[in-house]
Structure formats: C-alpha cells, structure tokens
Design a protein. Structure first.
Length: 255
C-alpha cells in the first residue's frame, strides 16, 4: 500500500498463497488496484484492473503521482496515472522472474525486485532526464536478462531507498527454507538518487541541503489535513485487515 499527496491509499489486491489456498487480504478484488479516499470511500475510478493484471504485489508512487505496480503472475510492471488510467505495461525481465517488491528513487527511476531471479531490475521512469539519452519511460536500464544480481539476495520481496541513496532489500524467503522465511536484510550502498524519509506521500528527492520538513498535505475529499490522526486511522484499518486475514487463514487451515 502507498499513500499519495492527496491522502489516498493505493492498495494492491493480489492475495497470498498458503498450502494451496488463496487468501485475499483486502476487499477480495484479487488482481486489481483499489484506491481509497481519506474519508474511506472508494475512488470513482477504482478498482483498476485488466486481464493482464494477475496477482499484483508491490506498489510504489513517483513524484508525479503515478503508481507503479509489480504484477507477479504475468511478470509485468504496470504504470497507472493519478486518475486511475493504465499508462504503460512493461516487462523488465525475461521469462518467469517474479516481480514482487518495487520502489522509486529520487530521480523517479523505478527499481523492481525479481523474486525468482534473486535480482533487481531498473526501469526508466517519467523523468527522462535521469535516463540515458534516447530512453523512454519503461525502458530497461539494468544489465543483462536478470538485472543486478547478488548472492546476498534470497528471493527478495520488498525494497526501499533511504536519504543516502542506499537500497534496502528484505529477504522474506530463504532458498533453504522457502516457507519459514529468509535471513535478514540486504543493504546496497549509494545505489541511486536519495529519497527523503520517512516517506509519507509521494517521494521527495533529497539534496545536499537536506530534506524539507514534511508538513500536512491538504486533502480535498475531506477538507482536512493528512496528519497523525489520519495516520493512526490507517494504521488501525490495516491492523484490523491483517487480523481478519489471519483469522480467516486459521479457519482455512482448520477446515
């Protein structure tokens, strides 16, 4: 899930598999993106889906408000405009590379984790000036068919940049223990343009002068501000969602 500068939550509904069962953790709109307004109503253009959007996993926002979605089952990356239109479909890797985690750096370039290839792919984003001359949005900038490869990666599922431009990746699965979990976090030093953290809203590029203070963003849907109270509301909603999903999963296992 990501929250944009208007306070809307962009949620990928891909579900997770467990012992042959498919458990949907959001509103059972598997294979879609749901956009929720700050007042918890559904955006009029939501849910967003196509026949090619099978099991969307990670989702990230760029500085222009575009949502970038890693779609696991059909090995694609979708670009969705702020008004909910699908602006592009891209395939950074060959074969079944399993895109899962996704993030955007301070130059609006898109980084995608390959679950099956144990690697990271780099795509040109909407800021063409940050890409090699002649590049287009969605062009693959990482080397080879498998992108950036490291033996430290074990089936990565999420990734994020910090204020120093370091990339952090989670090994949520292990090649030795594919169900019980991975063994730690991988940090790649100075890989890309820094992003101001903590990330609340769309990414802000970190500069030599530091990061601006993140103030409340106006939310037209409610006329209020995106403040701590709203953050707590989202935290409660997400916690309740995960609790319900855990109860449902327990019932599935018992039955």
């Amino acid at each position: 899930m990501q929250i944009d500068d208007l306070g809307r939550a962009w949620v990928s509904n891909g579900g997770i598999g467990f012992e042959g069962e498919q458990v949907e953790l959001a509103d059972k709109l598997g294979g879609s993106i749901t956009v929720i307004n700050p007042d918890f109503t559904i955006a009029p253009f939501s849910p967003i889906t196509t026949t090619d959007m099978r099991r969307p996993m990670g989702i990230a926002l760029d500085s222009k408000g575009n949502a970038w979605v890693a779609v696991f089952d059909n090995n694609m990356v979708f670009q969705i405009s702020p008004d909910g239109k699908i602006a592009g479909e891209y395939k950074p890797g060959s074969g079944d590379f399993g895109p899962w985690g996704i993030t955007v750096d301070g130059s609006d370039r898109v980084w995608v984790g390959g679950f099956h290839t144990k690697s990271v792919y780099l795509l040109c984003g909407v800021n063409l000036a940050a890409c090699p001359p002649g590049s287009k949005t969605g062009d693959v900038l990482s080397p080879g068919e498998n992108g950036f490869v490291s033996q430290a990666l074990q089936l990565p599922t999420s990734l994020q940049f910090d204020q120093a431009g370091n990339l952090w990746l989670s090994n949520n699965w292990s090649t030795a223990h594919p169900v019980t979990g991975g063994v730690g976090v991988v940090k790649v030093l100075g890989l890309a343009t820094p992003v101001c953290t903590p990330l609340l809203g769309q990414p802000i590029r970190a500069t030599a002068a530091g990061c601006p203070k993140q103030t409340a963003a106006v939310m037209p849907a409610t006329g209020g501000a995106f403040d701590t109270n709203v953050t707590l509301q989202w935290t409660f909603a997400i916690g309740l969602l995960l609790l319900c999903g855990g109860i449902g999963l327990s019932l599935v296992k018992k039955s």
